[in-house]
Design a protein around this ligand. Structure first.
Ligand SMILES: [Zn+2]
Length: 329
């Protein structure tokens, strides 16, 4: 549980542990997959430790033993979505009960809440009071991947701390240690697909993203050459999460529009799709590309909201629109 601090978080750690005047509620935010929760968890361990050493949790005291062992520490409370994608108001009631107790082992109590954007409206409102006036020496850490989705009333009650992204070379170094079997090229590809967020890259790798990307790119090329039909492609992509496919299409469309405006080949993005995107950009009109962009963004919202979608039909219709881009000019 107490792994090494992630290399790109060293400075933030120093900043947090040297701060003698701690706030009662923090909001750690930033891109998904850069280790925000690990950082928050480590900070919680540090605060709960009975005798920290060199500004780190000691790993030896009763508190550290509990945290490193069974994890059943009475002074820490993890709050995340349980049976749905939301954190609900009854979970906040349990949190308030926890906050109202006095610490049993440690000098304080800590609440870790992730992701904060999962708070539904009632839960968020129920949490406000606890964020404002903490009882029983408690500290709250909220973690958010999408701070824009949080209520202003939640944000304003926390110290907001942006968590750092690693530099690309450091991300690749860390990923290379985590995934020693991958080649340099595979690591760069993975890093690109994860937007340079290393922990997200590892997660994507475990979901088989490299093979999925290869399949999708190959099919996109075959589609242009009319070697496959859309129904085959939609079928072949059956195991790939819809959101992944939509994110890629949204990026591609955005890339095409940039290229149509600038004519600069450097804007053509990820190498595996450069030729395809350059070709489509040449053969299509910006108006039609923008139309498809609108459609993709709308449908992506539905995918995000987990609406009941007919996956194959939806993919087929996007692919047909994609092919039709070529006939517009
Ligand atoms: Zn300790």
């Amino acid at each position: 549980m107490l792994d090494k601090l992630l290399p790109w978080q060293q400075m933030l750690w120093q900043q947090m542990v040297s701060n003698k005047k701690l706030a009662h509620a923090y909001l750690f935010y930033g891109k998904k997959g850069i280790g925000k929760y690990l950082f928050a968890e480590r900070l919680a361990h540090y605060w709960l430790c009975l005798s920290p050493v060199h500004e780190q949790p000691c790993g030896q005291c009763k508190s550290c033993h509990l945290l490193l062992g069974s994890g059943a520490h009475p002074d820490i409370f993890h709050l995340m979505p349980e049976d749905s994608e939301f954190i609900k108001v009854n979970q906040i009631r349990a949190l308030i009960d926890f906050i109202n107790q006095t610490p049993q082992i440690s000098p304080c109590k800590v609440v870790l809440l992730e992701p904060a954007e999962a708070l539904n409206l009632n839960a968020a409102n129920a949490l406000l009071k606890s964020l404002e006036e903490p009882a029983g020496n408690s500290r709250l850490i909220l973690v958010s991947h999408q701070i824009g989705q949080l209520l202003p009333t939640i944000k304003s009650r926390c110290i907001q701390q942006l968590c750092p992204l690693p530099k690309q070379e450091n991300a690749l170094l860390w990923m290379g240690e985590a995934l020693p079997d991958l080649t340099k090229e595979q690591l760069s590809q993975l890093s690109m697909l994860a937007g340079n967020a290393p922990l997200y890259a590892v997660e994507l790798h475990q979901q088989g993203i490299l093979a999925q990307r290869e399949l999708v790119v190959a099919d996109m090329k075959k589609l242009l050459k009319q070697q496959v039909v859309v129904s085959q492609v939609a079928e072949a992509w059956n195991a790939i999460p819809l959101l992944v496919i939509f994110d890629w299409f949204c990026q591609w469309i955005h890339t095409i529009l940039c290229f149509q405006v600038t004519g600069d080949k450097n804007t053509l993005g990820a190498e595996d799709m450069q030729k395809v995107l350059g070709y489509v950009a040449d053969k299509s009109t910006p108006e039609n590309v923008r139309q498809l962009q609108n459609k993709l963004l709308q449908e992506r919202q539905k995918v995000l909201a987990k609406a009941n979608l007919n996956r194959v039909l939806l993919l087929e219709s996007v692919l047909i629109d994609w092919i039709n881009l070529l006939q517009a000019r």
